[in-house]
Ligand binder design. Structure first.
Ligand code: GDP
Length: 296
C-alpha cells in the first residue's frame, strides 16, 4: 500500500528513474540478494517502506515473525544502503513505537519514555531498532538516514483480509459484505472506545517526499492529520459511506489495544505540510478502489 502510493506520486511528478523491485524480484530478508541489488543498481535515494505489517490480531498472534522479519528487512536494507553509498534514506516507523500511555497528542520526545502496548510490542521493538540504527549511522558515519513516524494509514492496495488487516480496511469489507447479504448486524471488535488517527496513504507519500527534500535531522518526525475518532465513530462513518444501515455489535472478546494514539504534528506542520484528503472522502475513495479491485 505505501510503496505503491510513492510510485503513483513519483510517476505523477515525472520521475522515470525509479527502481521498484517487488518481493518476487528481491527478497529483502536475504542479505546476499540485497547486497547484490544495491551494488548492481546503485540507487541514490532509498525509501524503506517494506515491512511485515498487520492489524491488532496478527501482531498479537505472530510476535516472532513481526520481530524477526522486520529486523531482517531493515538491517539488510539500511546496512547495504550505507555500504553502497546511498545519498539519503527514509525509514518508515509507526505511531505504535510510542508508550501505551504517552501524553496526547504524542510528541516525538515520548519515544522510549514508558512501557509499550503489548498487542504490538514486537513490531514496535523492531521499528525502534530501525530508528536507532538510522540514528547510529548518522552519528557514527555522518550519512543522511532519516526516520518518519506515520499514524494509522489506509487507502488503495490496503490489506482487506479480516484476520490480518487493520481496522479501517476490515470494517469497509465487513460493511460491504453485510450490505450485500442483507444482514442486520455488523460485528466490530473491542468496545469501540479506543481512539485512532487515520491518514490517507497519498497524504503520507506527499509528506515523505517533502521530508526527503527538506528534512535532514536524526530526530524522528511524526506524520499525521492531527485529528482522531473513536472506533465507534469510524464504524458509523464507514457504514454511512458503504450504505449499510444495520446494527453495530461489539465483540468484547477481542482486544482494544492502546486507548489512544494521536500524533503531535507540530513539527511537520512547521515545514509547511498538511494533509489534503478528509477522512470521509478518503474512505469513499478507498471503497471505490475496493469495489473495483477486491470485492467479490
Ligand atoms: P491498532 O491500531 O494497532 O490497535 O490496530 P487495528 O487497526 O487492527 O485496530 C484498531 C482498533 O480497532 C482496535 O481497538 C480493534 O479492536 C478495533 N477493531 C474493531 N473492529 C476491528 C476489525 O474488524 N479488525 C481490526 N483489525 N480491528 C478492529
Amino acid at each position: 500500500m505505501v510503496g505503491s502510493a510513492f510510485m503513483r506520486q513519483l510517476e505523477a511528478e515525472g520521475f522515470t528513474n525509479l527502481l521498484k523491485p517487488d518481493r518476487f524480484q528481491l527478497d529483502l530478508m536475504k542479505e546476499d540478494a540485497v547486497l547484490q541489488f544495491f551494488f548492481e543498481k546503485r540507487p541514490t535515494i532509498v525509501i524503506l517502506a517494506a515491512a511485515k505489517v498487520g492489524g491488532i490480531k496478527a501482531n498479537n498472534d505472530y510476535p516472532v515473525e513481526f520481530l524477526l522479519d522486520n529486523l531482517r528487512i531493515q538491517n539488510n536494507v539500511i546496512r547495504c544502503a550505507f555500504q553502497s553509498g546511498v545519498r539519503k534514506l527514509l525509514f518508515l516507523g509507526s505511531s505504535c513505537i510510542y508508550p501505551k500511555f504517552a501524553p496526547q497528542p504524542i510528541p516525538e520526545s515520548a519515544l522510549l519514555s514508558g512501557p509499550l502496548e503489548t498487542t504490538n510490542e514486537a513490531y514496535a521493538i523492531a521499528k525502534i531498532a530501525g530508528i536507532k540504527l538510522c540514528q547510529a549511522y548518522m552519528r557514527e558515519y555522518g550519512v543522511n538516514f532519516i526516520s518518519v513516524m506515520p499514524t494509522n494509514l489506509y487507502g488503495p492496495n490496503d490489506n482487506f483480509d479480516l484476520e490480518t488487516s487493520h481496522v479501517l480496511a476490515a470494517l469497509l469489507r465487513k460493511a460491504h459484505e453485510a450490505k450485500k447479504r442483507n444482514e442486520k448486524q455488523l460485528v466490530v471488535w473491542g468496545t469501540g472506545k479506543p481512539r485512532r488517527e487515520f491518514l490517507h496513504v497519498d497524504d503520507l507519500a506527499s509528506a515523505c517526499l517533502l521530508l526527503l527534500e527538506k528534512y535532514d535531522s536524526p530526530e524522528i518526525i511524526n506524520i499525521g492529520c492531527g485529528e482522531d475518532v473513536t472506533i465507534r465513530e469510524l464504524a458509523e462513518l464507514i457504514c454511512d459511506v458503504v450504505g449499510f444501515d444495520g446494527e453495530l455489535v461489539w465483540d468484547n472478546t477481542k482486544p482494544d489495544g492502546t486507548p489512544r494514539k494521536l500524533l503531535d504534528v507540530t513539527r511537520i506542520r512547521a515545514l509547511g505540510w498538511q494533509p489534503t484528503i478528509p477522512l470521509r472522502k478518503g474512505i469513499a475513495q478507498t471503497y471505490e478502489w475496493f469495489l473495483a479491485n477486491r470485492a467479490q
